[in-house]
Each structure stands twice: as structure tokens, then as C-alpha cells.
Design a protein around this ligand. Structure first.
Ligand code: 5AD
Ligand code: SF4
Length: 439
């Protein structure tokens, strides 16, 4: 008996899929790479932009034929898309062969739902419920990295974003539970721990015992052993100096901050309900750079928010040049039903969006190339993550600041720290070779 999981979207979903895989393994299913071989098919969905949703509906549609040929196949749709108002009903109507629909907090019900589905009983539940991480025997799939949830949900309600509606209000895990999980992962041999939360900086605000994210970093930074600690995502309005001081204090905590800016225009930021100004954001970047000289700062940027003028956009380009991001995820604004921005006037036409995204990507590429040039000839410590699927005999890994580097090697290096001298760069990708020189 085989299962096939297709994960859409962000790392939060990737980690949820590890929980789903754990449940299916407990039911004696084993994983397979081809959907045609699967007895259970899981689509762990995303709805952050319309493009993701369209793709997923297309993929669910393609299962119709398979299910016809294989009547006992169990089809599960879960994650953010199925949590949206009206979506379960739409799936039931358009794709009646789907067996199980679960919301973002209902993974604990997957086991009983699968057992029901074997008796041809369908199951739908997207009501929010509280679950404990410890309920799941996760099947981790990202060695040498391990994902660790620290808080769930989001209270920020940025006016373009669907996440607060589909992931619910902020809930933080107990600090002692997180510390215990990380200690266990380090002793199990994981070399990189990535803390996950929609807004890690608001960790603890709901706990009422005064614990906060900086304190969590102090606890985790003290864990002995050679490993790297990363965290994402930081919200500029909540990122404190204490957090950056903790990053500076512990060698295990990576000098790598993901700090989504979204826009470089104060007026657009106000309408996005981001609760910081362009100037405040630049102050934040300067504070980080002064305390962490070798930091890699990455970001998310959106163009085409309703009412975005050419001048607003130029302010974004200017900020990209000043911030010198090591990389940026660039998005075209996508209207999401139920969010305030969807009904704002002055939606931006597609051709303008297309022009702006092209210019934004070109500007960031220029910045990335400049940084790559500065890195060439220098030695960096790299944690080897895996073999490069495109080239034989090539492995890849990251610098502490988060840049991806390719170099000659084989799979015996995976999970090892090696020093690599950067020799050349091809756009965002760096190439180098292993050296005995110290960094
Ligand atoms: N359209 C386009 N991009 C979006 N993001 C969030 N909502 C939308 C939307 N409606 C982007 C933001 C966020 C990242 C995870 O996705 O940049 O930081
Ligand atoms: Fe969405 Fe804003 Fe929350 Fe991020 S902080 S998940 S962009 S609402």
C-alpha cells in the first residue's frame, strides 16, 4: 500500500506534509514517487495566490481518470485552500471523487478519516481546533535540516493576505516543548534546525508568562553541539534588537534574516496594514547590519498592490538597491476573496504588473550579482544539503548567510560542514571547490 503527497506552497506546508507522512506510515503505507502507483493521494494545498489555486484545481481534475481506473484509491485534499470559506462545498460539487477534505488544524483526524474512507465514507472537517505537535510522529524528509514549528497562525491581517483567515489566530508552543524537540533533533544528528512561524517575532505574546522570541533564541543558542539554527518569518514591526543581539551572541544561530518588506512606499505599506514606514524598515535593516556584519538579509516583495503608482514602485526599486538583499522573492499582487485589498479601488492592470515585476527582478538580480562578485575568492563554511540533480558529481549547500553554493562532491558529504572557496557565480548560483583553507 502506497501513498503520494503533493505539497504546494511554503515551508509550513512542507513540514505539515511530514506529519501527514508520519500518520500514513503508521497506517502501514509507504511513500511512492508516481501518483499512478498510489493507494492514498494527498494534496496539501496553498491559496496565497490565484496561480497556486488554479494549478491545484487542475491537478485534482486530473485524478478523475485515475480514480475511475482504481476505485479504492483514497483522495485527500487538505491545507490552506481547503480551509477557505466555500471551498469544501466547491470541491464536493466539482470533484465528487475526493474522499477527505481537512482544514489546516485537522490533521489529527486524518487517521480515522482514512479508515472511514476504506468503507467508502467521505469525511470533511475544516473547523479550527487546537492540536499538540507531540501528537505526530513526523517522518522528516529534509535531512540535514529539520523544521520546528514555534507558533502557528497570524494576527496581522495585512490587507492583501489570506493567511490569517486560513491559519487562524496566533498560538505559541510552550518554550520547554520547543527546547526539548530541538535538543532531540540535534542529538539525532540533524545539522540545521529551522524554526517556523508566520511571524516568529510575536512568539510568546499569547502565552501570558512573559516569554518571548529573544528568550527562546537564548535557550536554543545554548544547546551544545555543532548545528545551525535558522528562523522564518520575521515581521519588521516586531523584530527587536534583543533578537538580533541573541543572533550575534551564539555562533550556532545563523546570520540570516528573512525580513519581508512587501513595498518601499510608506503610503502602500499603510494601505497594506504593515504598520511600519519605509524609514522604519530602513532603520531596522541598518540596525541588523550594524550588529551582524556578515548578515544575509532576504525579503518578500509584492508589486501591483491596488493604487500602486509608478512613483510608489520606484520607491520599491530604490529600497531594493539600498537594502542589498542577498535574494528576494518577488510576487505579483493577486486578489484574494475576503481580504480588504480585493475590494479596494484602482486595481493595477496586468500589463503594468508584468512590466513592474520584470524591472523588479532585474534590479534584484543586479544586486545579487554584486554580492556574488564580492564573495568570489573568499572561503565560506558550507553545510552540504544534497546532490545537485542537474549535474553529476556536484553537491550543493548553503553559507551561513543562506546563499546556495555548488561544488564537486558526492552524497557521502551530505550533512557535513566543509570549507568551500567561491570561484565563480552564475546569476544567483555560486560555484566553488572544497578547500582546506580556513574561512
Ligand atoms: N498576492 C501576492 N503575493 C502575496 N503574498 C501574500 N499574499 C499575497 C497576495 N495576495 C506574498 C507576500 C508574503 C509571501 C509569503 O507571499 O509577499 O510575504
Ligand atoms: Fe500574511 Fe501579513 Fe500575516 Fe505574513 S504577517 S502571514 S503577509 S497577514
Amino acid at each position: 500500500m502506497k501513498y503520494y503527497i503533493h505539497t504546494y506552497g511554503c515551508q509550513m506546508n512542507v513540514h505539515d506534509s511530514e506529519k501527514i507522512a508520519g500518520i500514513l506510515e503508521e497506517l502501514n503505507y509507504s511513500s511512492c514517487d508516481d501518483v499512478k502507483d498510489a493507494d492514498v493521494v494527498v494534496f496539501n494545498t496553498c491559496c496565497i495566490r490565484e496561480t497556486s489555486e488554479k494549478k491545484i484545481y487542475g491537478h485534482i481534475g486530473q485524478l478523475k481518470k485515475l480514480k475511475k481506473a482504481k476505485k479504492d484509491m483514497i483522495i485527500v485534499v487538505c491545507g490552506c485552500m481547503s480551509q477557505q470559506d466555500g471551498v469544501p462545498a466547491k470541491i464536493r460539487e466539482s470533484f465528487p471523487y475526493v474522499d477527505i477534505i481537512l482544514g489546516t488544524s485537522n490533521l489529527g483526524e486524518l487517521k480515522s478519516a482514512i479508515l472511514d474512507a476504506k468503507h467508502k465514507r467521505k469525511y470533511t472537517n475544516t473547523n479550527f481546533c487546537i492540536y499538540q505537535e507531540e501528537e505526530f510522529n513526523q517522518l522528516r524528509t529534509s535531512y540535514p535540516n529539520a523544521w520546528v514549528n514555534i507558533n502557528y497562525g497570524c494576527n496581522n491581517f495585512c490587507t492583501y493576505c489570506i493567511v490569517p483567515y486560513v491559519r487562524g489566530r496566533e498560538r505559541s508552543r510552550e518554550m520547554s516543548a520547543i527546547v526539548k524537540e530541538v535538543e532531540q533533533l540535534v542529538s539525532d544528528g540533524y545539522k540545521e534546525i529551522t524554526l517556523l512561524g508566520q511571524n516568529v517575532n510575536s512568539y510568546g505574546k499569547d502565552l501570558q508568562n512573559g516569554e518571548n522570541f529573544a528568550q527562546l533564541l537564548h535557550q536554543l543558542g545554548k544547546i551544545p553541539g555543532k548545528f545551525r539554527l535558522r528562523f522564518m518569518t520575521s515581521h519588521p514591526k516586531d523584530l527587536s534588537e534583543e533578537v538580533i543581539d541573541a543572533v550575534a551572541m551564539y555562533p550556532n544561530i545563523c546570520n540570516n534574516i528573512h525580513l519581508p518588506v512587501q513595498s518601499g512606499s510608506t503610503e502602500i505599506l499603510r494601505r497594506m496594514n504593515r504598520r511600519y514606514t519605509r524609514e522604519k524598515y530602513i532603520d531596522c535593516i541598518n540596525m541588523i547590519k550594524s550588529k551582524l556584519p556578515d548578515v544575509g538579509i532576504t525579503t518578500d516583495i509584492m508589486i501591483g498592490f491596488p493604487g500602486e503608482t509608478e512613483q510608489d514602485f520606484l520607491d520599491t526599486l530604490d529600497l531594493v538597491e539600498r537594502a542589498k538583499y542577498s535574494s528576494a522573492f518577488c510576487f505579483v499582487y493577486s486578489r484574494r476573496k475576503g481580504t480588504p485589498a480585493d475590494t479596494m479601488p484602482d486595481q493595477i492592470p496586468d500589463d503594468v504588473k508584468k512590466d513592474r515585476i520584470t524591472r523588479l527582478i532585474a534590479t534584484q538580480n543586479k544586486v545579487t550579482r554584486e554580492i556574488s562578485k564580492q564573495m568570489t575568492g573568499k572561503v565560506y563554511e558550507i553545510l552540504v544539503e544534497g546532490t545537485n540533480p542537474k549535474y553529476d558529481g556536484v553537491v550543493c549547500g548553503r553559507t551561513e548567510s543562506g546563499r546556495l553554493v555548488n561544488f564537486k562532491g558526492d552524497e557521502t558529504l551530505i550533512g557535513k560542514f566543509v570549507n568551500v572557496k567561491i570561484e565563480k557565480s552564475a546569476s544567483a548560483t555560486l560555484w566553488g571547490s572544497i578547500t582546506t583553507e580556513e574561512k
